[in-house]
Design a protein around this ligand. Structure first.
Ligand SMILES: Cc1cc2nc3c(=O)[nH]c(=O)nc-3n(C[C@H](O)[C@H](O)[C@H](O)COP(=O)(O)OP(=O)(O)OC[C@H]3O[C@@H](n4cnc5c(N)ncnc54)[C@H](O)[C@@H]3O)c2cc1C
Length: 424
């Protein structure tokens, strides 16, 4: 079977590794960027369930070396006073065996790319897919440079504004963007602890500062005004007017020891510097049509505040490749109907879980940005009362325990915590 993959982001490269493990060696990954590796200056939080799959792909050690486990998650009021100093990451590790870490995105992507066998042949950059046609025996994509690539199936790993999705469902998915986020980084200032997340909350805004050993990455979530468009583009002047001018004196650390202005003045400007984007939330109703199937952000879009989009994209890939592996074991040349059957089982396995997690992360974004008194009340009074134990033990862990791994590869470093894995 030949597989054409669109996009060499997180899902695309993981897809390559999983196919390789499944013995499906004939695949190509088409990426529109001139560089096959995403080199963004942002970070990504990786959670215990993802480490299981990375272990199966022989990538665990390399990724764990990127940064030490996350330790603390501190919530502060606008003046820098502690609302709650939780044990979120310790609880997750206790429940699921693996720690959580914060990886520099470009370092993670470099590992995924450099460890992919035959990568020079398999990952082709500067290939923007602009057209898709399929019949009962194959699917062909055309690229902006006029080249064409044909496969037995096409996997859309092309992110939030997926072109592949349009061939699965011509109508855009129902989505909304009630928040925007300003992303950037600075050298770690005195006053913010390494391996720690500090969130400072205020009405309509939350400053999340994610610290590695030497850098502070910021994710500033701001409620949009009613009536603003759902896919607004932001210029440097917009960033200045909407965030910098208004909030430069705002505390972002314990006791007000660091302000947002301190981070902004020392911001990293390499690679385009800070950027501001709308958070799209929504789902594709269909994840497949005939020989075309979607994974990751192409299928589901969620707010980034609980760091779940990428981790769930990796699980999507594992679930889809499990289905393909099982199908091809008995039937090396499946029909379109048989492929659709496998894709339907994949969507069924993932959809409910992804919707639930997107709901949790969406609510988290709403509460923690104190959009209204409910959020403020939850954060200020309820959270310290019930603790991270409620969120971890009652909301996240029941889902994490059900997470998918590859069901045809050994897990060498299986770790088991208090909450048993459903699939071992
Ligand atoms: C600031 C921020 C922080 C985040 N933090 C976390 C976190 O801590 N943990 C977490 O799990 N998730 C996090 N996420 C979400 C996570 O980044 C995404 O869910 C994940 O990147 C989805 O991977 P993907 O491969 O589906 O899409 P992408 O990573 O967007 O990759 C899509 C790829 O497709 C390529 N492409 C697009 N169109 C075409 C085309 N027509 N032809 C060819 N190539 C194309 C793109 O260039 C890109 O390389 C965060 C997101 C943001 C914005």
């Amino acid at each position: 079977m030949r597989v054409v993959i669109v996009g060499s982001g997180l899902s695309g490269l993981i897809m390559g590794h999983c196919l390789h493990q499944a013995g499906i060696h004939d695949f190509v990954i088409l990426e529109r960027r001139p560089d096959p590796v995403e080199r963004s200056g942002s970070v990504i939080g990786l959670f215990p369930q993802t480490f299981r799959i990375l272990d199966q792909l022989d990538l665990l050690e390399g990724v764990q070396k990127l940064s030490p486990p996350l330790k603390d998650w501190i919530h502060l009021d606008p003046r820098g006073q502690t609302i709650y100093h939780g044990d979120f990451f310790a609880l997750l590790e206790k429940n699921h065996g693996h720690p959580s870490t914060l990886a520099m995105r470009r370092e993670l992507m470099e590992i995924l790319y450099s460890r992919l066998p035959d990568r020079e042949k398999r990952v082709i950059a500067s290939k923007e897919v602009v057209g898709i046609e399929q019949d009962d025996s194959s699917v062909t994509v055309t690229c902006a440079d006029g080249s064409a690539h044909t496969g037995d199936i096409l996997v859309g790993c092309d992110g939030v504004r997926s072109a592949v999705r349009r061939s699965v469902m011509p109508e855009p998915p129902k989505s909304k963007a009630e928040y925007r986020g300003l992303f950037g980084s600075s050298p770690l200032p005195a006053g913010l602890a390494p391996a720690c997340i500090t969130e400072t909350h205020n009405s309509g805004i939350v400053f999340m500062i994610l610290c590695s050993q030497d850098r502070a990455f910021w994710l500033i979530t701001n409620v949009k005004d009613k009536g603003e468009s759902d896919s607004r583009k932001y210029s440097d002047q917009d960033i200045q007017a909407l965030i910098v001018d208004k909030y430069q004196d705002h505390s972002v650390a314990l006791d007000g020891n660091v302000t947002f202005g301190d981070l902004w003045r020392t911001r990293n400007v390499a690679g385009g510097g800070p950027g501001m984007y709308d958070y799209l939330e929504g789902f594709a109703e269909r994840w497949y049509r005939q020989r075309v199937v979607l994974v990751g952000d192409a299928a589901h879009m969620m707010t980034p505040n609980l760091g779940q989009g990428g981790n769930n994209s990796i699980e999507d890939v594992a679930s889809l490749v499990n289905q393909l592996h099982a199908l091809l074991r008995d039937n090396p040349s499946p029909t379109t109907a048989e492929l659709e059957g496998a894709f339907a089982r994949y969507q069924k396995q993932r959809e409910k879980q992804v919707k639930t997690i997107a709901g949790i992360t969406g609510n988290y974004t709403r509460w923690t940005s104190w959009r209204n008194w409910v959020g403020w009340f939850m954060q200020f009074w309820m959270w310290p009362l019930v603790g991270d134990g409620f969120v971890v033990n009652w909301l996240l862990s029941p889902m994490i325990r059900e997470s998918i791994k590859l069901d045809f590869v050994e897990e060498k470093r299986l770790r088991v915590g208090k909450v048993a894995w459903k699939y071992t």
